[in-house]
Design a protein around this ligand. Structure first.
Ligand code: 5RP
Length: 250
């Protein structure tokens, strides 16, 4: 079996059969190796399928076992617990050394759409608490302009009773008109997706977003909005695992 260094850096990369999974793993391993050191005390763990490889790589490095890990969702809590790592809460550890998280879409200025897994509130909290916020993703998530590439739209977490009024406000009060906005339903359609904070999610498509920070500000002002899946001016680096086995770093 190849070491992670070999997987990440070799000129004859070991290719997993699924290029998307390979991309997630390459990005995650490289970010852990370049950003988390034994000197760190507190590290934030994002959510999603790419972050599974972040924890996998942390577990391969015994010198990182003394670190306290702060989760961003029920899923990342389970990853920390099942990995036997030390877990801490944001109340106990409001100062985080580095947070590593996944993304749904990233532009060249490192504006990010997140919340595909409906975890954007806690993800933003833990990212904001960190001195360094780092994104890991596969090659599909790179975008020239948010809203134009691999996009699930902008997920907006709302207080449950406000989902209709927020959708109306999205239609009438924003400077960028939405193409669609929909309440996110559970896979079996039996009811809405409920976030870790007991809220609903409205998925809104705007097409190309010229000014993500402005859109974020406008959506946050709408009554009923709990958090928006737009992360602007937060990430300091993004790692993308490519189909050819390389890692593109922005
Ligand atoms: C969850 C998120 C995830 O980080 C994002 O959806 C990316 O997920 P994945 O790594 O599975 O592609 O924001 O709310």
């Amino acid at each position: 079996r190849l070491s992670s260094e070999a997987i990440a850096h070799t000129s004859r990369p070991y290719l997993m059969s699924n290029p998307i999974e390979q991309g997630k793993k390459l990005a995650a391993y490289r970010a852990v190796d370049e950003y988390i050191t034994a000197e760190h005390k507190v590290v934030g763990i994002g959510s999603g399928s790419t972050v599974v490889y972040v924890v996998e790589r942390i577990l391969q490095r015994p010198e990182l076992k003394h670190i306290v890990y702060v989760p961003t969702s029920f899923q990342s809590k389970l990853l920390i617990i099942e990995g036997g790592l030390i877990m801490g809460s944001i109340e106990q550890y409001p100062d985080i050394d580095v947070t590593i998280d996944g993304a749904d879409e990233v532009d060249e200025a490192l504006n990010v759409i997140k919340g595909g897994g409906a975890c954007q509130f806690q993800e933003k909290l833990v990212a904001e608490a960190a001195k360094k916020f780092v994104i890991v993703a596969d090659f599909r998530k790179k975008s020239k302009k948010l809203g134009t590439e691999w996009t699930k739209g902008v997920p907006i977490e709302v207080v449950p009773m406000t989902y209709k009024s927020v959708m109306k406000s999205i239609d009438t009060k924003l400077s960028l008109k939405p193409i669609t906005s929909k309440l996110r339903m559970a896979v079996n359609k039996a009811g809405p997706v409920v976030t870790d904070n007991g809220n609903f999610v409205v998925d809104t498509h705007f097409g190309a977003i010229d000014n993500p920070s402005q859109l974020l500000k406008e959506i946050k002002l709408l009554t009923g909005v709990y958090e928006v899946g737009l992360f602007c001016n937060m990430a300091e680096k993004a790692y993308f695992g490519e189909e050819d086995g390389s890692v593109d770093i922005w």
